[in-house]
Write a protein that binds this ligand. Sequence first.
Ligand code: PA5
Length: 352
Amino acid sequence: MNHGSPLDDLSAIAAVDPHGARDVLARFPEQCRAAVTIEAPSLPPMKRPRVVVIAGMGGSASAGDLIAACAAERVEIPIVVHRGYGLPSVAWDETLVIAVSYSGNSAEVLSAADAARARRVPFVAVTAGGALAEMAEQRRQPCVRVPGGIMPRMALGSLFFPMARVLRALDVDVVSGEEIAEGLDVVEALRPELAPERPAASNEAKRLAQAIDTRWPAVYGGPVTGAVAYRWKTDFEENAKVFGLAGALPEMNHNTIEAWRTALARQLHLVLLRDDREEPEIARRFELLRDLVGSAAGGVSECRARGRGVLARLLSLTYLGQWTSYYLAVLRGVDPWSVPTLDEMKRRLGNG
Ligand code: PA5
């Protein structure tokens, strides 16, 4: 009789995951390495932008969040991630618009591309194909074509690195070469620790999924890792089909913290994304948060970022979140790949 974790039964995992999301996640390090070498398209002569707007939705937008989170530590111009139709009012002169849509068919991103053209704002598309690639080709606008065939949220590396490369070509350096090299090494080192073959006893993602179990995950990061907390939430929602909450310190200390002392908190699992480089003030806030609300929560887990540079820290936490939501899907017996309701919404909008 097998008394081990259900997450250690590889054939049971395969039965829940007929599309092989586990293989795509396992190849994430290779995806990132390959993406680093994708050439930036030749850009029309333009000055260094004073504002960058990254227009995207869902998984594609989260690659933009990662760019903005890296940039926050070193770049002096604003990088705005725009999730919606059209473009924000800031996108006029001296702005670069990056329209990122993995499928190339998100209506919001196509409308952002139209708005950029109407406003004559410099524009680059990043996509695996679809209407966005066609539009860029017809209009002779620069377009980075990334490899297709997987779910957009699982293509984070393919979307992030080309955007960083485009920005570097315009003298907006969101990550250094050393930070990229470290980020690649860190995700590669993490892979065997998180993959299905590693038993739950020593697999952080499996253990975390088991700890969350039937509760709802509520994920909080600090000022830098807050973007990753949001990504965990959306991965839980899309992969495991479970509600997720997300937020960042210090802001949640000024609002959400109050809800954590209510009876409902028992149904939530608090996940804290910690980072050895967080400021002492933020570390203190995390400790106090645990003290104040930990006993009210259904459970509490803490995850540590790996690496020194910002990219390694963000990617390591993101990769852990991808696997954790994957295993939560397996525990719940749901296919982590398909997103039928999301697809139905797009279909009804005529936006597949
Ligand atoms: O990961 C997913 O499937 C979604 O979050 C998509 O990224 C989202 O619907 C937007 O689609 P796309 O990334 O193709 O523009």
